[in-house]
Design a protein around this ligand. Structure first.
Ligand SMILES: [Zn+2]
Length: 201
């Protein structure tokens, strides 16, 4: 009997993605959307793997945290980092989408999204968005109606900005550098009309 078949490989891929999403504490409906498993199947997996996670002391999501786009975009560090990784790992669709359920959810893209979130969380332990917030931002950028991804005007890093936003937009790193420089200029010996500190030798 031939056991190995593309269909089995796909079922395995589906299960592995579901396990990964459960580890990120994704909601049942989200896992169902991304894997194609039924809500009943996801709940059953959650009972099985969720218990193992609890026993392993996996961190649960705590506190309300930002749950809307404006709240997420108000943080410079959250506007930077995760979405750039999604582009590098090809988790983001090439064109804006209209209907996430129909156009966004594929197993491969789900795996790449998980990978981006895992790298992001490793790089920013304790300071990163949780998976729900990351998914909210990711979906909004993929749709491109309220926010889109642009490059930092100073260093070229990918940041997220409001589609109606005006003025210069920098990533958190360049913003901090600008602020530090401005603080130094304000308190230092600066010639009138110059934005940068001058050498006094
Ligand atoms: Zn920058």
């Amino acid at each position: 009997m031939r056991v190995w078949h593309p269909r089995y490989a796909r079922d395995l891929q589906r299960l592995h993605l579901a396990q990964r999403l459960i580890a990120h504490r994704a909601r049942t409906q989200v896992i169902s959307d991304w894997t194609g498993l039924s809500v009943v199947q996801v709940r059953s997996l959650y009972r099985q793997f969720g218990k193992e996670l609890d026993e392993g002391g996996a961190a649960r999501l705590r506190g309300p945290g930002p749950s809307s786009l404006p709240q997420l975009l108000s943080s410079k560090r959250w506007r930077t980092g995760f979405i750039g990784l999604c582009y590098v790992l090809e988790a983001m669709p090439h064109m804006p989408i209209q209907n996430p359920k129909r156009e966004l959810h594929t197993l491969t893209r789900g795996e790449r999204l998980c990978r981006a979130f895992e790298i992001y969380s490793t790089l920013m332990p304790g300071r990163s968005m949780n998976f729900h917030q990351a998914l909210l931002l990711y979906t909004a950028v993929a749709m491109g109606q309220e926010v889109h991804a642009v490059k930092c005007e100073t260093c070229g890093a990918v940041i997220v900005r409001d589609v109606l936003g005006i003025g210069r937009w920098n990533c958190g790193h360049c913003y901090r550098a600008d602020t530090t420089e401005m603080r130094f200029a304000t308190h230092g010996d600066v010639r009138k009309g110059h934005g940068r500190p001058q050498c006094t030798e």
